[in-house]
Design a protein around this ligand. Structure first.
Ligand SMILES: NC(=O)c1ccc[n+]([C@@H]2O[C@H](COP(=O)([O-])OP(=O)(O)OC[C@H]3O[C@@H](n4cnc5c(N)ncnc54)[C@H](OP(=O)(O)O)[C@@H]3O)[C@@H](O)[C@H]2O)c1
Length: 265
């Protein structure tokens, strides 16, 4: 296979692990970022500077690509949808053969603005005519650890009384790489982490790892979205990975107190 695999969001928490695994698998890879390639980066992948909001540079970024793995994301749902639509238009124009996109478990069951955007993105992909595969996963260990690091800055640690089934972004990346090497499948089975725990328990594990003592304040938040989380609509109990647990992740991470997330280049 000589066509490059293009990875949008290849500098992000998920995307950089997808890039690493594709390179290890011997694939030709082209990462897409808004930033120019850092002078010190001599890794064996290509780098295309493009903006999914304006579309600048995007057709060149996709030129000759057989497969695109979409890992870029915007925090504002309207921008997230707009970026995906811009990508789809460029993918149509450049005849991309397979778009693999990450999504989130339960987006159609949880009335949360960010998730409504994800539903719109999935529909736009499905209706675009571009052959596609969509994988929904649960929250990444890296995200929950960052949220707990922020909460632990206060003398009393406020933690929503919800359960999570966090998954290692590397395990998600491994599955995306597998899907990128297979024919388009539409939406595939959801993927969740190996264990489900109350966030207060994950907070205790976080405090142990960082050697901090804090009272944990369980928060019972109001609202329909939180009620859906409380029902466990964001969990994938039938589809756990056997990848690293949250405690494994905490043990492996170099700086568990860091509150920086994603875009670590
Ligand atoms: N975090 C989770 O728990 C979780 C769970 C399931 C699914 N997801 C989904 O997975 C995706 C990736 O999440 P993540 O946590 O890896 O995100 P992240 O670390 O915040 O990375 C976001 C990436 O998007 C790129 N990006 C943002 N705006 C862009 C633009 N206008 N043009 C081009 N690239 C742009 C950034 O690249 P540059 O800054 O280099 O341009 C960055 O690499 C998101 O769609 C997210 O919803 C996340």
């Amino acid at each position: 296979m000589t066509e490059p695999v293009v990875v949008t969001g290849g500098t992000g928490e998920l995307g950089r692990q997808v890039v690493r695994r594709l390179v290890s698998a011997g694939r030709e890879v082209r990462l897409v970022s808004r930033r120019p390639r850092p002078a010190a980066d001599h890794e064996p992948y290509g780098w295309a500077t493009a903006d999914l909001m304006s579309g600048d540079g995007l057709r060149d970024a996709l030129a000759g690509a057989g497969t695109v793995v979409h890992c870029a994301g915007r925090h504002r749902p309207g921008e997230d949808v707009a970026a995906a639509r811009t990508l789809l238009a460029a993918a149509q124009a450049t005849a991309v053969g397979h778009l693999v996109s990450i999504s989130i478990v339960g987006i159609d069951r949880i009335p949360f603005g960010y998730y409504r955007g994800k539903v719109e993105i999935e529909r736009a992909i499905a209706g675009s005519g571009v052959p596609y595969t969509i994988l929904r996963t649960t929250q990444f260990h890296e995200l929950l650890r960052t949220i707990l690091a922020l909460a632990a800055r206060a003398p009393v640690m406020p933690v929503p009384d919800l359960r999570f089934q966090p998954i290692d972004a590397g395990a998600v990346a491994a599955r995306l790489v597998e899907l990128a090497g297979s024919p388009p499948e539409g939406r595939v089975a959801d993927l969740g982490g190996p264990e489900t725990h109350a966030l207060t328990d994950l907070a205790r594990a976080y405090l142990t790892r960082t050697g901090r003592r804090r009272p944990i304040l369980p928060l019972r938040l109001p609202g329909a979205a939180v009620a859906a989380f409380r029902r466990g609509e964001h969990l994938a109990p039938d589809h756990p990975t056997d990848g690293p647990t949250f405690v494994d992740h905490l043990a492996a991470v170099a700086d568990p107190r860091s509150t920086r997330y994603g875009g670590g280049r």
